[in-house]
Design a binder for this molecule. Sequence first.
Ligand SMILES: Nc1ncnc2c1ncn2[C@@H]1O[C@H](COP(=O)(O)OP(=O)(O)OP(=O)(O)O)[C@@H](O)[C@H]1O
Ligand SMILES: [Mg+2]
Length: 316
Amino acid sequence: MVTLPETAVYAESLRKSFRGVHAVADVSFAIPTGTVCGMLGANGAGKTTTVRMLATLIRPDGGRAEIFGRDVVSQATAIRSLISLTGQYASLDEDLTAIENLELFGRLRGLNGRGARTRAGELVDRFGLAAAADRPITGFSGGMRRRIDLAASLITPPALLFLDEPTTGLDPTTRAQVWACVRDLVDEGTTVLLTTQYLDEADQLADSLVVVDAGRVIAEGTVDVLKDRVGARSLEVSVADPTRLDDAVAIVRARLGTEVVPSPEAARLSATLTDPGLSARIVTDLEAAGVVVAELAVRRPTLDEVFFAMTRQEPA
Ligand SMILES: Nc1ncnc2c1ncn2[C@@H]1O[C@H](COP(=O)(O)OP(=O)(O)OP(=O)(O)O)[C@@H](O)[C@H]1O
Ligand SMILES: [Mg+2]
């Protein structure tokens, strides 16, 4: 592979409207070559529209973007040979078999007949679809379609792969298979921009995150930085004797001065902890009151909590 610039994606103030709807109002971010960027956002946040602009499928109304240093508007053709896109909705020929679909994509990508056949065979094996390879797509489940669709975008390994919600609607096993494929690709040097509504998916795969809301980037950074930005940690305490939970709640509330949420079925309570040093005091307080602690944990916010904290902020 030719040496690529250090920045795979650079977007500055991208905008796109559809008949007065500001699908993308102001999106700026960058992805270093060789990394995975997760773009998180609720339905209608502008993820697909951003990806389509970066993949040269639609023109931005304003702002600019470069893929490996090439402009998405004036150098679209050069960009197309470096990228691949797995769309949110699969684009397969229903009447053709899995192998035939992949061969077709291979030919479209410039492979000769034999090359396309060989590559199609390799990919059905890799995606666990060898047994179904000669069946028409019509009878495929959603998960099988997704895998064929992903395989199609890997016919010739791209330098940059756009994955638009690659695992929406997949069962956990198939999701894990897709994740493994993405990790393999990254190991081979592909840069990935992945959109997702699943926070755990971003947590699993992404080096950096861009959170979009109503067409704007509301947060950007590594997973760790975003978790830190939300700041507070959670304290979770399980008591050995469930009948003492109310006492424990009162003790923790008195020490922290914040809301404490009991989960009686689990004999557990949780609370926001702004000063981690207080957890030791709480243990002492509980011991003094004769409440036996079965388990105590201080944990960082989950990506879900980060996301909700960020999207609660009203855009300026
Ligand atoms: N071709 C179009 N014509 C009109 N409106 C559009 C078009 N494409 C997108 N939109 C609107 O732009 C906004 C952003 O859409 P987009 O598809 O980019 O969101 P998304 O983040 O991908 O959402 P989802 O998670 O549902 O896929 C939405 O309000 C959508 O209705
Ligand atoms: Mg979308």
